[in-house]
Design a protein around this ligand. Structure first.
Ligand code: AMP
Length: 385
């Protein structure tokens, strides 16, 4: 920690921040970075991306193109990322040239469910029962031990419920295993949760920690649908969730933003579902609701500037806008924005595919219930003709 403090130089405005990945998280990060006078250079295999539209520079190359990675690393003052499935070799190559935050090891753990759950369990953080699956025999044994229902998830490269199968009976195991196509997997107990919550936190190199309290999340078809804050949880649960997020960030020595997704069980126990070593969809409401939002915190942390205030102005709710809303043509933005408490964020994506995150709406109100109602009503109005 002390070494970090002395050797981590401040990255000042006018410097260039490198970002691996080019989606909406990078876009919202780039907007904050530009507000504070930084330049942004995004690196990803795609062009004219949500991040690239805002960034000063857009490198279009594969993450395995190590010559391009070296050139990119030489041209920036610090590197962060908005997409955690960047291959380790890419991050290691960049880290030989320039500081990368959070460090590659954090990325390595978070990009694989098995490593993530093993890390969490061995460090004493609460997780649902799980087993490592390499063969069909492993799966049969695990289903017998863990019971049904349970969920089979591929170990790597999964998000928004992709690569997941619910196992309702032992007979489901064979077909679920076949669908894995020999990928390594994790079988985990199904959690009959009361609610899902997250803690979005930031940590700097000196170990300072900031968080936005507990945010509550509702999913539809495994994709985040609506988030609101503060979550309807007791003070005790709130404190426990924050302490777990703090503990994980410290154990991993995260510099940047770290999000912890939890299940809250019916008997009031928190279980960590997943880690995201970056800003998170559930934290988008901090853009409109808080003094310093999650992207600004990422910027401050990776630049070694003091973290900002996480104070909420009012209760807030966020509703995701998926491509489905574009099925019948361009949505009715004017109708959705008729309520002055509602704000629209779109990510600059040209093609509205079903299930694709195109943007979000945020609403602020005196209570979370009101904010949720407002934001849902506004989303409905988007497709009113
Ligand atoms: P994940 O990609 O693992 O975050 O899963 C996406 C969503 O699927 C979660 O937010 C939950 O709504 C649901 N889910 C995942 N794992 C479980 C589980 N073990 N028990 C119950 N629901 C789950």
């Amino acid at each position: 920690m002390i070494l970090h403090y002395f050797f981590m130089k401040q990255i000042l405005p006018n410097s260039t921040i490198g970002v691996f990945g080019s989606g909406q998280l990078g876009r919202m990060f780039a907007i904050e970075a530009r507000k504070m006078g930084y330049r942004v250079h995004t690196f990803s295999p795609e062009s004219d991306t949500p991040t690239g539209q805002i960034a000063d520079f857009e490198t279009v190359a594969d993450y395995e193109d190590l010559d391009a990675v070296k050139q990119f690393a030489q041209s920036v003052d610090v590197v962060t990322f908005e997409f955690e499935n960047v291959p380790s070799v890419c991050v290691e190559t960049a880290a030989e040239i320039v500081a990368v935050h959070p460090r590659g090891e954090v990325l390595h753990i978070a990009q694989n469910r098995l490593r993530e759950k093993t890390f969490l369990q061995s460090s004493g953080f609460p997780v649902t029962a799980f087993r490592h699956i390499k063969t069909s025999e492993d799966l049969e044994k695990a289903v017998a031990e863990i019971g049904v229902p349970s969920i089979l998830k591929t170990a790597g490269f999964g998000y928004d419920g992709k690569g997941q199968a619910k196992i309702k009976s032992i007979e489901d195991a064979a077909s679920a295993y076949k669908n894995l196509e020999n990928q390594e997997a994790v079988l985990e107990a199904f959690v009959d949760f009361e609610r899902e919550v997250s803690v979005v936190a930031a940590r700097d190199a000196r170990g300072n920690f900031a968080n936005y309290g507990v945010i509550e999340n509702a999913h539809a078809n495994h994709i985040l649908d609506v988030s609101f804050a503060p979550a309807s949880v007791s003070e005790k649960i709130r404190n426990e969730a924050i302490e777990i997020a703090r503990g994980i960030s410290e154990t991993l020595d995260v510099v940047g933003v770290m999000t912890v997704e939890f299940f809250l069980t019916k008997d009031e126990k928190l279980l960590v579902n997943e880690l995201a070593p970056r800003p998170h969809n559930s934290g988008h409401l901090t853009i409109d609701a808080c003094a310093s939002n999650q992207f600004e915190q990422q910027l401050r942390a990776v630049c070694n500037l003091p973290l900002g205030s996480t104070e909420f102005f009012r209760s807030a709710a966020m509703a995701n806008l998926l491509g489905d809303l574009w099925d019948a043509g361009e949505p009715n933005y004017a109708a959705a924005l008729a309520d002055k408490q509602v704000r629209l964020h779109l990510y600059g994506k040209q093609e509205a595919r079903r299930g694709r995150k195109m943007g979000h709406l945020t609403a602020l109100a005196a209570t979370t219930r009101e904010a949720v109602e407002l934001v849902k009503k506004a989303r409905k109005k988007l497709i009113a003709r």
